[in-house]
Design a binder for this molecule. Structure first.
Ligand SMILES: Nc1nc2c(ncn2[C@@H]2O[C@H](COP(=O)(O)OP(=O)(O)OP(=O)(O)O)[C@@H](O)[C@H]2O)c(=O)[nH]1
Ligand SMILES: [Mg+2]
Length: 203
């Protein structure tokens, strides 16, 4: 897929106010600081389409980007960031949960996992939530540049093994680095394929 346009449409904290266009939508979610916004910029080949920060908790709203006038990409706040006050955290969870439950256009969710980390309860719980709500998802391993190739392979293999303790089969997985562009082609090809598969439903 060639990216011909990528425009920021709106930010909000209420799914009912999200764009009304009937276009297939892809959401990016994961722990704070895992690299959601960076991955979006890497995919779109734009430096600061989505806002990035070294400090966790940068993205605080549901951000819609319209791509090629054909599909939406959604940057979401991270979960599991302890420094955000408890009250705020509850609100985050509520509007994120609502987004996933209510957004009919959502065709696939990308759950981002830092390649260096072992499986963590919060991510496994989130995947469980998606499964229970019949929301299709893929796993995206991020920051692949931070590990040497043998350590990286070992880490990914053991992550998948652990997942198979909870799931009968593995979802699609992607290995990415926003620093090197690793995984960009496969990722965009995947989205292209899903867009074609769902085209009938969006007519
Ligand atoms: N080396 C390396 N650093 C990365 C990569 N992706 C993200 N980072 C860095 O990780 C930090 C967090 O990146 P963000 O893209 O803001 O992460 P986020 O998941 O959107 O974070 P929140 O919006 O706070 O939830 C930044 O300092 C990025 O530069 C990557 O692939 N490789
Ligand atoms: Mg972000």
């Amino acid at each position: 897929m060639k990216i011909t346009s990528a425009e920021f449409v709106m930010s909000n904290s209420n799914v009912t106010k999200a764009p009304k266009d009937r276009l297939p939508e892809y959401a990016f979610i994961g722990r704070s600081n895992v690299g959601k916004s960076s991955l979006i910029n890497m995919l779109m080949e734009r430096k600061d389409l989505a806002k990035i920060s070294g400090k966790p908790g940068k993205t605080q709203l549901i951000n819609h980007f319209k791509i090629n006038d054909e599909w939406f990409l959604v940057d979401l706040p991270g979960y599991g960031y302890a420094q955000v006050s408890k009250k705020k955290r509850v609100i985050f969870q509520y509007f994120i949960e609502n987004y996933f439950k209510e957004r009919e256009q959502l065709v696939c969710t990308f759950v981002l996992i830092d390649s260096r980390h072992d499986p963590q309860k919060i991510d496994l719980d989130f995947m469980q939530f998606l499964g229970e709500n019949q929301i299709p998802f893929c796993i995206v391993f991020t920051k692949a540049d931070k590990l040497g190739s043998s350590k990286l392979n070992k880490q990914i293999t053991s992550y998948k093994k652990k997942l198979l303790q909870y799931w009968e089969s593995l979802p699609n997985t992607f290995l990415t680095s926003s620093s090197t562009g690793l995984g960009r082609k496969e990722f965009l090809e995947f989205i292209d394929g899903v867009n074609e598969d769902v085209a009938e439903d969006f007519k």
